[in-house]
Design a protein around this ligand. Structure first.
Ligand code: ADP
Ligand code: ZN
Length: 598
């Protein structure tokens, strides 16, 4: 058995590498520089943890996520790996002790925040330590175009300059072409190997609905699918986070708010409860989640539309990292578009930046309105091609009905034009439907040739037409003039009758997620034993103040319940039981098995 296979089995308890891991790991062990783009849950950590053990010296892992470092170090210690972290939560005496251990070669892995790493004193120290590698986690943070830009990441170019002979591996889950180029440039990975493994997350089901009553829709989604599950609900504003959390509590859920306006202690407390307890729902702004390392999040819901597909994919990607079925759910409406466009206009940044943001928003809108497979569209956005519709998204499961909306679109556009491109959606609909309102009379709009030509559709149907015209870029919304509709150049072919347009028919969405996604216990597992093993895991976790999955994850525990090992040899054959965990927990779990099964 080769060195790296031996490490995989004895330390981590796994029999096989996943497809790309083996190649990445042997490259890194032999000293290459690498960039690795791998989806969440794909197994990035192993890509540097195994080489950290296979190569001599100490590995430095750069991560912006100070809050996670303790958990990561705990998880590694469970495997008998000598790990520590250096960040602002430690006092100088603690830092000194760790530095001494590094100098003596007593640590395998040290986590560091980038701002700490680039300090002159730290660099000086590192020059005296034998280093095995640098792993730059969440590497997309170097991108100024991205949504997680961290200025401290720019300083990481010193690694290539000052530690040229220490191999570097940059890792991230989301990076479009431009971000990848930036990662390669800034971290000096031009001559290294680049691995982009598939983006697909086949266990995640995507569902996007039209916003009618967001709370009722969310409640129905959670109650039917996830009554006892852990999940995340994203909202755009802090006020809405608070409001939604309180409301979910009133509905009997264990819901906790999380946003940047809460004090540090509350935030840390809510995050810890989410990690440690079963079935907590976190209601959060986007401040929550980067790198949240909880494998069994069963759903991610959005009550407001994210600004970009990257953000949507990253946020939804926090569901189902353990590979078990997970659901995502989003409601969106015309108001979301208007709000986001407004935020974009108000934001700082030059014209080019705003234009790029606008394009990204349009792509997000396109995803909402699409009538074909959502997964194909998502992957396509990241430059990946999925040959067949996925069968696991709402549009695949119940294809939305469409209708030829060419005539309706022409009427809508021309009513907008003839009323002077000065009015919002409601008034233009009044014109189309021939309503007798004060405003109609005030502007003499009953005289327009388009007055009353749209009585065949009701108000909701017209709203749907306007929403889709805006979403597809045929109409613009002029925010400086209170949401007045303005024709976009693109609508010309429709007005001239040169182009037809099909639209999504808005019907009340059937619940496409009714399949129970709470990981169903397979038939061949004894429920009593499963519960007993879980209780044992919980007690061990509580004793050490770590999340249960740090002891054993669900997959390992299920295999244990199925096989019911009664000897050390049988126990060590379970995937996820390495030497150290066998030694620490083997006897305890075997006792539970003997007691339960007799
Ligand atoms: P990422 O950082 O890419 O999101 P992780 O490194 O957290 O993913 O890995 C996700 C899960 O997959 C973890 O529970 C990890 O232990 C498991 N895993 C990784 N590689 C393997 C493997 N070769 N065999 C079995 N499980 C693995
Ligand atoms: Zn699909």
């Amino acid at each position: 058995m080769s060195d790296i296979h031996h490490i995989l089995k004895s330390r981590f308890g796994y029999d096989q590498f996943r497809p790309a891991q083996e190649q990445i790991i042997s490259d890194l062990v032999s000293g290459e520089n690498l960039m690795v783009i791998m989806p969440t849950g794909g197994g990035k950590s192993l890509c540097y943890q195994v080489p950290a053990l296979a190569r001599a010296g100490c590995a430095i892992v750069v991560s912006p996520l100070i809050a996670l470092m303790q958990d990561q170090v705990n998880a590694l210690s469970q495997l008998g790996i000598r790990a520590a972290f250096i960040n602002s939560t430690l006092d100088s005496r603690q830092v000194y002790a760790i530095e001494q251990e590094m100098l003596k070669g007593e640590l395998d892995i040290v986590y560091m925040a980038p701002e700490r790493l680039v300090l002159p004193d730290t660099l000086k120290l590192l020059k005296r330590v034998q280093l095995s590698l640098f792993a730059i986690d969440e590497a997309h943070c170097v991108s100024q175009w991205g949504h997680d830009f961290r200025a401290d990441y720019l300083g990481l170019s010193v690694l290539a300059e000052q530690f040229a002979d220490v191999p570097r591996i940059a890792l991230t889950a989301t990076a479009d072409k431009r971000t990848r180029t930036e990662i390669i440039e800034r971290l000096g990975l031009q001559s290294g190997r680049h691995y982009v493994t598939g983006f697909d997350r086949p266990n995640i089901r995507y569902q996007i609905e039209l916003k009618r009553n967001a709370k009722t829709q969310l409640l129905k989604f959670i109650k039917t699918n996830h009554a006892n599950d852990a999940g995340v609900v994203y909202c755009m504003s802090r006020a809405k986070v608070e409001d939604t959390a309180i409301w979910l509590q009133g509905e009997g859920f264990n819901a906790l708010p999380y946003h940047a306006g809460l004090d540090v202690t509350t935030r840390a407390n809510h995050q810890a409860r989410f990690l440690r307890e079963d079935s907590v729902i976190i209601v959060a702004t986007i401040a929550f989640g980067m790198g949240i390392d909880k494998p069994d999040v069963r759903f991610v819901a959005h009550l407001d539309m994210p600004k970009t597909i990257e953000a949507y994919y990253q946020e939804t990607g926090r569901a189902g990292r353990d590979g078990e079925p997970a659901n995502t759910f989003m409601v969106y409406g015309l108001q979301d578009v208007i709000k986001l466009r407004q935020m974009m206009l108000d934001s700082e940044g030059n014209e080019e930046h705003k234009r790029a943001e606008q394009q990204r928003l349009n792509a997000m809108l396109g995803l909402c309105e699409i009538t074909s497979c959502r997964r194909q569209a998502l992957l396509n956005y990241f430059g990946e091609y999925l040959p067949k519709p996925c069968g696991n998204c709402d549009t695949c499961i119940s294809p939305p009905p469409t209708w030829d909306a060419t005539t309706a679109a022409q009427k809508a556009l021309s009513a907008t034009y003839r009323s002077g491109q000065r009015f919002g959606v409601s008034h233009v609909i009044d014109i189309l439907r021939g309503s007798d309102t004060q405003k109609i009379r005030q502007f003499g709009h009953q005289e327009l040739s388009t007055f009353g030509v749209g009585k065949d559709l009701d108000v909701d149907q017209w709203r749907s037409v306007f929403r889709q015209l805006v979403a597809r870029g045929y109409l613009d919304v002029d925010l400086a003039r209170f949401g007045a509709l303005v024709l976009n150049e693109r609508c010309r072919p429709i007005l001239k009758g040169e182009q037809s347009i099909d639209m999504r028919r808005d019907v009340k969405t059937k619940n496409t997620t009714s399949r129970r996604t709470r990981t169903p216990l397979p038939d061949d597992i004894d429920v009593g034993l499963w519960e007993a093993l879980r209780t044992c895991r919980r007690e061990l976790a509580d004793d050490q103040n770590v999340p249960p999955y740090v002891i054993f994850n669900d997959k390992t525990l299920q295999e244990m319940a199925r096989v019911a090992p009664r000897s050390y040899a049988e126990m060590s054959a379970i995937s996820g039981v390495g030497d150290r965990k066998l030694e620490k927990y083997g006897a305890t779990f075997m006792r539970v098995i003997n007691q339960t099964l007799g």
